[in-house]
Ligand binder design. Sequence first.
Ligand code: KIV
Length: 273
Amino acid sequence: MYVEIQAPTRKPITVPALQAMKRDGCKIVALTAYDASFAYQLEVAGIDLVLVGDSLGMVVQGHDSTLPVTLEAMVYHCAMVCRGLRSSMLVADLPFMSYRDVDHALQASARLMAEGGAVMVKLEGGGWVCEIMQRLTEREVPVCAHLGLTPQSVHKLGGYRVQGRDAAAAEHLLDEARAVQQAGASLLVLEAVPATVAERISRELVIPTIGIGAGVDCDGQILVLYDILGITPGQRPRFSKDFLCDHGSIPKALRAYAEDVRSGRFPTSEHCY
Ligand code: KIV
């Protein structure tokens, strides 16, 4: 088996390019990946942004949360994914506790970027995390924020639950979204929040929002790769969709996902809260 990467047919997706996509009303198509072969498939399908998510703890390592994922594992998977990509933007999750203070966050980000090839790191939460984001961006580390259902907080949240449902929680979410933008984040993932709240945040913020269970009005969409291929054990989350069963092959499923996101056909109301 060998992977021969064709010359890229499109320009690399950069941080300013994502900003321009929001400005021009072009949806950002994102998926997770954990190895070089799948990364190559995503590259060929024209996926704009590939996230090495700490969801790998659940879908690859078989844990029941993302908490056991180590920085070592993130660097290892990130480097593999990087070898499969040419033009898609590579983003990597900072795993649980790796950004507990500024020094750890800087060191962890340096490893993900220098050894893993990531061009951006993702951190979960607002509040105290904003200071960390600010210090990272001051040192030229592009940052993606992640609000709403933040899986690293599963025990505090009491489970994988929709966030921002009542008026006060929605206002709090909006305040946090403003704060992460102010702290320098270039991108914001919104997970499992009502579509109306995500729409408001996406309209107000200058930076692009990427939704997962957050409705069609986000500036882009992301899903866990193994969910859209129907191979994650257990029940698929409501916000996901098995594209493989409708399209018959992995390349076709990936292309269908990309087309459905770009055209606004995905997500529909059945995938939203
Ligand atoms: O870890 C992950 O895969 C994620 C996405 C689901 C957004 O954070």
